[in-house]
Write a protein that binds this ligand. Structure first.
Ligand code: UGA
Length: 435
């Protein structure tokens, strides 16, 4: 089985490396020559744990190659994955599909023999059908099927998610396409991974429904956390108490400063727009989008309020700026709203993040970037935890206290125990827990 992956971004690269690891012959194609050159030298364009080793191993074994030429890769392939970007279009929140459609046209021109063209990028319902139309229009004689195969990879855990998924969703309608897609995921049969085989439209809808449901779950617990704070309840125990009910489930009930990243904000907004246009609005998701947007600003207010109502002339140490740990991704990170708000309110911000600072510095101005957590805290009036990197969990409370000018901690990811912090003499607040 030969596979071509068009677009060597996050999804394309991880999927390509994992399919190669399954034993298939994979070519990853990207128009960005600089990116391909770096990949050929073993340099990863993104930070993803384990990816460099996986890529190196499969390149060495001759199963994974990179190139800028789409034509030969597609001509040789049994399955071609479209994994190009689908950014939010400015103004209307819809996904911009111009890259997907351009890829479909190029693929049509290059196809040779029966080919399954698979959309891997998150695309609005109906995109697969349009890709089908474009290919047929470009090459009326072509022997092909279009399939949808959404990914459910979390950044920072993508390889494990690909290799041990809860399920694989495939939108494929002809028996030939279904057979090719099943063959691609055959290595997962051994671990009895369920395969959900559906129509194109249903498969596309599953991806959006999954992401909007998870975003809703997070937003639900965030609001419950705020209420817990007012009423003296502990949101961690509430999350456990409800999550043990199998119908609810324990995951994605951790409160924080609001969801971010390249997927939830973009996908919730896109589905809201699609639903409005279809005349079947998703009012719950509309509210989720609104609450999450406001939440980031509210977190800046929470910090200011805890620092006696003003941060003017004060120094704040920020621990973590990426939208979550184990990634250098800054897209829609709460820090992008919170840090500028603190700076605008007159604070000096000293920040540290294990891998995200280079990227963050491109987006946030006026921050003093530090080499480590203790350095960021040196002489600061308060510390704020924005991302729950593991290395922050094990910081010595005593040393933090020595570094800070004042033992004040605003923990927006609930990584410390309120009791321990109080015992150590900290003025401590977190999200939804009594302190
Ligand atoms: C998400 C989904 O989890 C993946 O299944 C999906 O494939 C991906 O989007 C995508 O559509 O490509 P990702 O954005 O990498 O993956 O990150 P998550 O781990 O889901 O976290 C998203 C955001 O929710 C982060 O800001 C995180 O801090 C926040 N979150 C998550 C919480 O605030 N609380 C939680 O309990 C869980």
């Amino acid at each position: 089985m030969r596979v071509a992956i068009i677009g060597t971004g996050y999804v394309g690269l991880v999927s390509g490396a994992c399919f190669a690891e399954f034993g298939f012959d994979v070519t990853c194609v990207d128009k960005d020559k600089g990116k391909i050159d770096r990949l050929l030298q073993g340099e990863m364009p993104i930070y993803e744990p384990g990816l460099d080793t996986l890529v190196a191993g499969n390149v060495k074994a001759g199963r994974l190659s990179f190139g800028t030429e789409l034509k030969p890769a597609v001509a040789a392939a049994d399955a071609v994955f479209i994994a190009v970007g689908t950014p939010s279009r400015r103004g209307d929140g819809h996904a911009d599909l111009s890259y997907v459609y351009a890829a479909a046209k190029e693929i049509a021109e290059a196809m040779d023999g029966y080919t399954v063209v698979v959309t891997k990028s998150t695309v609005p319902v109906g995109t697969g059908r349009e890709v089908e139309r474009i290919i047929r229009e470009t090459r009326p004689d072509a022997d092909f099927d279009v399939a949808s195969n959404p990914e459910f990879l979390r950044e920072g855990a993508a390889i494990g998610d690909f290799m041990r998924p809860d399920r694989v969703v495939i939108g494929a309608e002809s028996p030939r396409a279904q057979a090719v897609m099943r063959e691609l995921y055959r290595p997962l049969f051994l671990i009895e991974t369920p395969i959900v085989m559906t129509s194109l439209e249903t498969s596309e809808m599953i991806k959006y429904a999954a992401n909007t449901f998870l975003a809703t779950k997070i937003t639900f617990i965030n609001e419950i956390a705020d209420l817990c704070e007012k009423l003296g309840a502990d949101v961690h125990d509430v999350a456990k108490g409800i999550g043990l009910d199998g119908r609810i489930g324990r995951k994605f009930l951790h409160p924080g400063p609001g969801y971010g990243g390249s997927c939830f904000p973009k996908d919730t907004l896109a589905l809201v727009r699609t639903a409005q246009e279809a005349g079947s609005p998703l009012r719950i998701v509309e509210t989720v989008v609104d609450i999450n947007d406001r939440r980031k600003r509210q977190m800046a207010d929470k910090i200011v309020a805890f620092m006696d109502g003003s941060v003017a002339g004060k120094t704040i140490a920020v621990l973590g700026v990426t939208f979550k740990p184990n990634t250098d991704d800054m897209r829609d990170a709460p820090s992008l709203v919170i840090l500028p708000a603190l700076i605008a309110a007159g604070a000096t911000v000293r920040a540290y993040d294990p891998v995200g600072m280079e990227e963050a510095a491109r987006h946030i101005e006026g921050v003093a970037w530090c080499e480590g957590a203790y350095e960021a805290m040196d002489g600061a009036d308060a510390a704020v935890v924005l991302t729950e990197w593991n290395e922050f969990r094990g910081l010595s409370v005593e040393r933090m206290k020595q570094s800070l000018a004042r033992p004040v901690m605003i923990d927006l990811r609930n990584i410390y125990e309120p009791k321990d912090m109080a015992e150590a003499g900290f003025r401590y607040t977190c999200v939804g827990r009594p302190t």
